[in-house]
Design a protein around this ligand. Structure first.
Ligand SMILES: CC(=O)SCCNC(=O)CCNC(=O)[C@H](O)C(C)(C)COP(=O)(O)OP(=O)(O)OC[C@H]1O[C@@H](n2cnc3c(N)ncnc32)[C@H](O)[C@@H]1OP(=O)(O)O
Ligand SMILES: CC(C)C(=O)C(=O)O
Ligand SMILES: [Mg+2]
Length: 565
């Protein structure tokens, strides 16, 4: 790269429009949408679509709700020509959909284009020539008048053909291609000249499409260009002003949004932004951006995964996992603080609330995705995500301090492996950590009786395997937990106890959580899981004791002989 890039690249000059109005406008209604997947998208593919793939894309576009679809460049390729004929002859174009085709300003190509459209009920003929300073110089070797002449002659040609086929309802679109590299006064001049031939009316408006054929500047410049153009073009009421952004600087969507604020009526783009170089503007992102502002975009992406798989099949190109709204990872939070906030957001949400879940700009369900992948756990994750997965997939609601304790167990594994952990793997870690029966004390059965004369006192007889040897302990207390603490005779206290049922009906089990504290003031949890609530509590105490012993936090002072007593 150059130390001084200004010796090679020029910055874009600002547009003189100090009283611009677009910055304070709000997008409150969708534009007219036109898909150019089958033309601009297709012309950029490594392997252009065959008839079958074109048909699949067309059907998807219709299903999605596009009312204008550019189906190809029939004068350029036989596949496009045949596809056009197939749609018309087999009557495959719904009544409310208008097909559009592209053609250069060349009479023989225009003639062939009308041949392809013969018998269509309604069609848009889209003709273009490049108007930019650089293309005038290097491609055409013509001045402004010469370039205008190409466009005007094409407009005449397009009209004459249309007049010869009144059975079709013709509409026209003209693009001063490379508009963003064209002086604004010349863009207006050439469009006025074309319109003078086409003679649009407010009832039969012409589409004037102002493409950012190559995105050359920040999106505000595009918006200025659109507002400037609309202030100066003749007969605004006879024009549908269309945008056609490309994405060379990665701001195609922003350019389209600001262009709409600047007064555009229509947007041409492609699904997921396929198209020349970095692509055309992505209409899915545009539409869903509107949706998340509460504006119905008029395009339906309720099953965004299906649309993505069809687009990938037709284009033979993958969609990036981080592509807005659709990528495999875009509804996933790996990082701890995000997971914590999402979990709290879901917990606080009530039916009918405005969508306000941190880090999720859209409800994944609105586009046919599930909450399945919202939280995934790796070494960047925290307690919130782990707790969310255990609650969502296994119905386990851990006490907050247990969440903290268990997240350290999970973190140790993710740090060691560097890998993601599935919810199933987290559950098996949980079982290994808290529910395994391989500790020093293994539960073997119990009996609990209330003392006849003192109802609040319970007597526990507890069968154990203690370091591999059978033992029978006895203890008393005002409940099973108190009684087992007494029976064990170890130096710990119970700090907290919680229990909830997991599952419903006859398959429901109790999960008990006991937090103990040791003489050195270490605290740690134990968990018990059993059909019987009392057994679950006893298991939870033993789980905590075993974990404490394992960590050297408790003295295992109990002589086995006494235990057997
Ligand atoms: C920004 C865009 O996306 S524009 C759309 C671009 N899409 C395509 O080009 C895909 C389909 N196109 C094609 O397959 C071919 O270009 C065809 C079949 C239409 C024409 O092919 P060819 O006749 O071989 O010509 P080619 O494309 O090389 O055309 C270049 C010639 O057309 C002229 N030309 C290019 N665009 C236009 C135009 N819009 N109007 C009039 N003349 C044009 C060029 O000045 C050049 O003229 P020259 O031969 O006198 O130097
Ligand atoms: C043909 C035109 C509209 C085009 O695709 C472009 O300029 O990007
Ligand atoms: Mg284009």
């Amino acid at each position: 790269m150059l130390q001084e890039p200004s010796t090679k690249y020029r910055s874009f000059a600002p547009i003189p429009l100090p009283d611009r109005t677009w910055p304070s406008k709000v997008i409150s209604a969708p534009p007219m949408w036109c898909s150019v997947d089958l033309r601009d998208g297709n012309q950029a593919l490594i392997e252009p679509m065959d008839g079958a793939r074109k048909r699949r894309m067309f059907d998807l576009l219709v299903k999605t709700g596009f009312k204008e679809i550019e189906i190809g460049f029939p004068a350029a390729s036989q596949t496009d020509f045949d596809f056009c004929r197939e749609l018309i002859e087999q009557n495959l174009i719904p009544d409310d959909v208008t097909v559009q085709v592209l053609v250069q300003c060349r009479p023989e190509l225009i003639a062939r284009t009308y041949e392809a459209l013969k018998g269509a009920r309604r069609a848009i003929v889209h003709f273009y020539n490049s108007t930019s300073t650089v293309q005038r110089r290097v491609v055409f070797g013509l001045d402004r008048a010469g370039i205008t002449d190409i466009a005007v002659k094409a407009a005449q040609c397009v009209r004459e053909h249309a007049d010869r086929h009144p059975e079709t309802e013709w509409r026209f679109e003209y693009s001063p291609e490379s508009f963003t590299g064209t002086e604004l006064d010349f863009a207006v001049e050439i469009c006025d000249a074309v319109n003078a031939v086409l003679q649009p009316t407010p009832e039969r408006r012409v589409i004037i499409n102002l493409p950012a054929t190559v995105e050359m500047a920040t999106p505000n410049i595009y918006a200025d260009q659109i507002e400037w153009f609309l202030r100066h073009v003749k007969n605004r009421d006879c024009i549908i002003l269309s945008l056609h952004p490309h994405n060379d600087r990665g701001t195609g969507v922003a350019a389209a949004e600001l262009g709409m604020m600047a007064g555009a009526d229509r947007v041409e783009g492609t699904l997921f932004g396929n198209g020349e170089r970095t692509g055309n503007v992505d209409v899915v992102t545009l539409a869903l951006n509107m949706y998340t502002q509460g504006v119905n975009p008029g395009l339906d992406f309720s099953n965004i995964n299906e649309a993505a798989r069809i687009a990938e099949h037709c284009n033979q190109l993958p969609i990036h996992p981080r592509h807005p709204y659709v990528g495999d990872l875009v509804f996933t939070a790996f990082s701890g603080s995000h997971q914590d906030a999402i979990k709290k957001g879901f917990a606080a949400r009530r039916d009918g609330d405005i969508w306000e879940i941190p880090y999720l700009p859209i409800d994944p369900r609105d586009v046919g995705r599930t909450y399945e992948s919202v939280i995934r756990v790796n070494s960047q994750s925290g307690k919130g995500g782990i707790a969310y997965l255990l609650e969502r997939d296994y119905g386990i609601t851990m006490p907050r301090r247990l969440q903290i304790e268990f997240s350290q167990v999970v973190q140790a594994v993710t740090d060691a492996t560097g890998k993601e952990l599935s919810s199933e793997q987290i559950w098996s870690l949980f079982q290994k950590e808290f529910l395994a029966d391989d500790g020093a004390y293994v539960y073997g059965g119990h009996q609990l009786t209330s003392l006849r004369d003192q109802h609040e006192i319970e007597r526990l007889s507890l069968k154990l395997k203690c370091h591999g040897q059978g033992a029978l302990l006895h203890g008393e207390g005002n409940g099973p937990i108190d009684a087992i603490v007494d029976a064990l005779g170890l130096r710990f206290d119970v700090l907290s106890y919680e229990e909830h049922s997991v599952g419903t009906g006859s398959g429901a089990k109790a999960m008990a959580f006991v937090e103990i504290t040791t003489p050195a003031r270490a605290t740690l949890f134990g968990v018990g899981y059993h059909e019987n609530i009392v057994t679950a509590s006893l298991l939870a105490v033993l789980s905590a004791v075993n974990r404490a012993l394992q960590r050297g936090l408790l003295d295992d002072a109990m002589p086995v002989a006494t235990a057997q007593g």
